[in-house]
Every structure is written in C-alpha cells, then in structure tokens.
Design a protein around this ligand. Structure first.
Ligand code: 5AD
Ligand code: FES
Length: 397
C-alpha cells in the first residue's frame, strides 16, 4: 500500500514504546487482536514512515480525510515525533478557533443507579458493591447555585440510566434550572432515550446532550456491551439529538478491551460523518468490580495523539481534557490542553457522593470541594498559557 500512495523516503519512528502495531496488543486475553495486529504489521512492513505520517496529518488538516486503512496506519504510527507534529498543529488550530480560552462545565453526577450492564463501567447494574445514591432536586439546584457563583455557565447533568428519573422528572428539573439560571447552558448526559423524550427535554430548555458512542464498530461494540444494547440504536439516538437541534457530543474510550487501530479509524470516520459539536475521549481505566477488572489501562500518549488528530480533523470541536486523562497522569488535563483540548469538566456534585460515582478506579478530585477544584484548575490551565473563561462556551462554527 505504502508505495502506491506515498513515494517519499522511509524513515521510521524509533525509540518509542507506543510503536505501530502496538495498540494494546500486549493484553493477555487478546489472541484475536494480537493476530490482527501481527498480520497488519506484516502487510505494512515496519509501519508508516515519519514522512508518511506527517503527510497524512497534513492531509487531515486540509480536510482530505484518509481512508480507513490509512487512518488506521496513521493511528498505529503513534510515536513522539508524530505526536509533537500533531500537537503543534492542533494547539495552533484551537488557538485560531477559540483563542486561549478554556471553557469549564460544572458536572453534576446526580444518580449512579443504572439499568445497563456495560462490561467496562463501575456503576453497571450487576455491580452489587456499588453504593447507590441519587441527588434530590433540591440538592441539584444547590449545586447549580454554587456553580454559578464559582463562574460556571454550563451545568452537565450526568447520570446512569435510572428509571426513577422519568421523563417528567427530567423535564421538571430542566425547567427549574432554566428558570433559575437563564444565562447558563444545560447539558444532559443520561443515556439512550426515545426521540420524543429528547424532544421534550429540548423544549424544556436543555441545550446540549452528551452520549458517547463508545466504538463505531459493531463487532467491537458487542464485546463491550451485553446484547440488549446495540450500536445501531446508539447511532440513531445521536442522529436524533443532532436533528432536534442539541449541541451533541459523542466519544469513545481509548484502549478499551479488544480495540484496534482499525476501530479507532472507524471512530474518526463516524465522527466525520456525524459532525458532532463535542467529542469526549479518555483512556479506558479498569474498575475492580467489572468483568474488565484485569484488562490493561488505555495509554496516555495515544489519548493525547488522538485528541490532536481530532482537533486537526474538526477544528471547531469542543474537546474536553477528561477526568480519566487526569486520573492516569498528574498533569493529564494540562497535557490534554496542550494537545488541543479546550474544555474541562470539574465536578460540582456534593463531596459526600463524589467517590460513589465510580466508573473506573482511582478517579481524581473526589475529595475536593467545588471551589478548591475551580481554583486548582485555574492554576493548571494557566500553567500551559491558557485561561478559564466565564462563558457558556457554546460551539462556534
Ligand atoms: N474507564 C474509562 N471511561 C469509562 N467510562 C465508563 N467506564 C469507564 C472506564 N472503566 C466512560 C464511558 C461513558 C462515560 C460516561 O464514561 O465512555 O460513556
Ligand atoms: Fe479538582 Fe484540581 S482539578 S482539585
């Protein structure tokens, strides 16, 4: 393949532990993945040369989207030189589009009851060790009041798919927040619903919706979820949300079990097609009480590289430096911003429930009051030459 589309000198990325053909190939029960990767590496010789990688990144920047195979090769070629090349472009693009502004979102994790049983997630219904909680409407309103005082102009209501929170209850809640905080954006992140429900929430005043697609490859989706969940339904929900008029966010975990470079390439193509306003990506982190407890954590470097590639492919994206990224590296958020992210979503939930919203092990910031977190974040963002703004932080075309 290489010779056909690229004539340049072959220089390989060396001295890097995230070499091509290595996307989680080291995991124990991955016979199949290892095989796929081996075949692939043979087909591409030693992988992509540095020049080839840069060429593909330039193509992405010019909105010439490589096909799935080339995208996969570019992702597999993840090495320090290419990351740096992508990071330089991505940060410059973010600066051109949004300046040095970093938008903050106040995350309110209002229920950890969930009827779903995703294999990766710590609040899955089968996890009997999870201590379940749900915030009352009053508690949620108090979080918003505190958040507005601290400079938040977006509230993200995130929860498991909790049958207690019926559509009527969500509508009432959204209306109350809308009335009390007319200058703030309301983001919902409460999973798969019927189109009619999404329409009701939107009419009540919700502006945005986050629903990660998790993986755009059907076979991979089925290895991460039980059979009652389907990728086609997830995609339909995302299309409904877009059509209704929500600023819509999809996203995926980096290094989830069985993930290959081809799956990630498919994620990029899906994002290209959907044109979401937001994309949330963060490393997969195993949770001890899930079937994936023994799996390997996603890589920092690959997450940063993919953040940069996403920024380059879609310059206008609202792209968070996620808590999962902060969890696997003490400067995860800062590195995320340097790689092209422009959103951070600190926690506004009461400290008493924070550690119970445990999707993965070791989550950071669970003991910090919202005000402390806000100031800590400010310092962190400034340490990389950016600043937090008091703004709704809407998507800008
Ligand atoms: N590691 C990292 N991210 C996770 N999520 C759920 N479980 C984990 C985990 N173990 C992510 C999923 C979900 C979002 C709310 O959190 O992508 O959509
Ligand atoms: Fe929460 Fe630092 S970002 S305490």
């Amino acid at each position: 393949m290489t010779a056909v589309w690229w004539q340049g000198e072959a220089r390989f990325c060396e001295g890097d532990d995230q070499k091509m053909g290595q996307i989680k190939a080291e995991s124990m029960h991955r016979q199949e993945t290892v095989l796929t990767e081996t075949v692939d590496v043979q087909r591409h010789g030693n992988g992509l040369s540095l020049e080839e990688g840069k060429y593909l990144i330039d193509q992405l920047e010019q909105q010439q989207i490589p096909d799935r195979e080339r995208l996969a090769a570019l992702i597999r070629a993840n090495c320090e030189e290419l990351r740096e090349y992508a990071r330089g472009k991505a940060r410059a693009i973010a600066d051109r589009h949004y300046g040095k502004n970093i938008f903050i979102r106040g995350l309110i994790e209002f229920t950890n009851y969930c009827k779903n049983d995703c294999y990766y997630c710590g609040i899955r219904r089968s996890n009997t060790h999870a201590e379940r909680y749900r915030l009352s409407e009053e508690e949620i309103m108090a979080c918003c009041r505190e958040g507005e005082k601290l400079g938040f102009r977006t509230f993200v209501l995130q929860g498991g798919e909790d049958p207690y929170y019926t559509d009527d209850r969500i509508v009432d809640l959204v209306k109350r927040i809308r009335a009390a905080h007319p200058d703030c954006a309301i983001t919902l992140s409460i999973g798969e619903k019927d189109r009619a429900s999404y329409e009701r929430f939107f009419a009540a005043g919700a502006d945005r919706y986050l629903l990660r697609h998790e993986t755009a490859t059907d076979t991979h989706y089925r290895r991460l979820h039980p059979s009652e969940l389907s990728l086609s339904r997830r995609k339909q929900c995302l299309r409904d949300l877009k059509e209704i008029g929500y600023q819509t966010g999809c996203g995926f975990m980096v290094g989830s079990p069985y993930q290959t470079a081809e799956h990630l390439a498919e994620d990029f193509l899906f994002i290209r097609e959907l044109q979401p306003e937001m994309v949330g990506i963060g490393p997969f982190i195993p949770h001890q009480d899930t079937p994936f407890a023994g799996e390997v954590q996603g890589s920092l470097e690959l997450t940063l590289y993919l953040l940069s590639l996403l920024r380059i492919m879609q310059p206008d994206l609202l792209l968070p430096a996620t808590t999962a990224l902060a969890t696997i590296h003490p400067r995860g958020r800062e590195l995320g911003i340097e790689a092209g992210a422009n959103v951070v979503m600190p926690n506004l939930s009461p400290v008493g429930v924070r550690d119970k919203y445990s999707l993965y092990d070791g989550k950071v910031c669970t003991g910090d009051e919202a005000a402390e977190c806000r100031h800590c974040l400010e310092r962190r963002v400034e340490s990389v030459g950016c600043h937090i703004v008091v703004d709704r932080g809407d998507h800008k075309c």
